[in-house]
Design a protein around this ligand. Structure first.
Ligand code: HEC
Length: 204
């Protein structure tokens, strides 16, 4: 096929514009997907600290005051530990669930749902729960890059009194949960199942 000079020129310009358009949309949507290893390590350490401290407080509360009183550990201690860590490190840390008890703070957003779905897949493929973490770099609503980090929370034996099946949860506990969380969805779990994730949003 023969093209005149002006046809050829028009084609080249069109291709160039297309390329520019796709390049600029790429530049807008994707922030660089590399992250300083030190920052990654400290983010992971903060998530681990949240899980470890909660686990210890829960165990202590169950053994001194019994499981009913320990409900307040999950209810009050978890959010207050989360806000202390958030303020201390200049980030946002919270917990989300695969099924949720507190629908005000526990429902995962889009990237957190994606993280949970990936964790379920990776567990199916036999990956060790301790290795399950997920991260991405994204832009917030004002265009600033931020790190999205998630670490899996697995169901352990000491969780069953409050998140297990009907056999695991005592009648008074079921009653207390129903009173405090009428829309509770976070029961029926067994040991080794994915319960949710610690999620961190960190400005870069
Ligand atoms: C004594 C009862 C109790 C025990 C034991 C308990 N939880 Fe909870 N859990 C709760 C309550 C109550 C909430 C709702 C907290 C709130 O209001 O934010 C909750 C919320 C959560 C959430 C946040 C998402 C949601 O559903 O709102 C996660 C994740 C979670 N628990 C994981 C665990 C894990 C993992 C264990 C075991 C290591 C555990 N819990 C043990 C009572 C308990």
């Amino acid at each position: 096929m023969h093209l005149t000079i002006s046809q050829l020129f028009a084609r080249i310009t069109a291709t160039g514009l297309l390329a520019m358009a796709s390049f600029s949309s790429l530049a807008q949507d994707t922030a660089p997907q590399t992250i300083d290893p030190g920052l990654m390590q400290s983010t992971r350490a903060i998530a681990t600290q949240m899980l470890t401290e909660l686990g210890q407080k829960l165990k202590a509360a169950v053994s001194t005051d019994g499981p009913l009183a320990a409900v307040s550990v999950c209810k009050e201690v978890a959010p207050s530990l989360a806000s202390t860590l958030s303020a201390q490190h200049g980030l946002q840390i919270t917990r989300v669930g695969t099924r949720v008890r507190n629908s005000k703070i526990g429902i995962p957003n889009a990237w957190q749902k994606e993280a949970l779905a990936k964790f379920e897949d990776r567990l199916q493929q036999g990956e060790k729960p301790a290795d399950l973490e997920y991260w991405q770099v994204a832009k917030n609503s004002s265009g600033q890059p931020e790190l999205h980090y998630a670490k899996a929370i697995m169901v352990q034996p000491q969780c069953l009194a409050c998140h297990g099946t009907v056999q695991d949860i005592s009648a008074p506990m079921a009653e207390k949960i129903k009173q405090e969380y009428p829309e509770d969805q976070a029961t029926g779990y067994s040991v080794g199942k994915l319960r949710g994730a610690v999620v961190i949003t960190r400005p870069l």
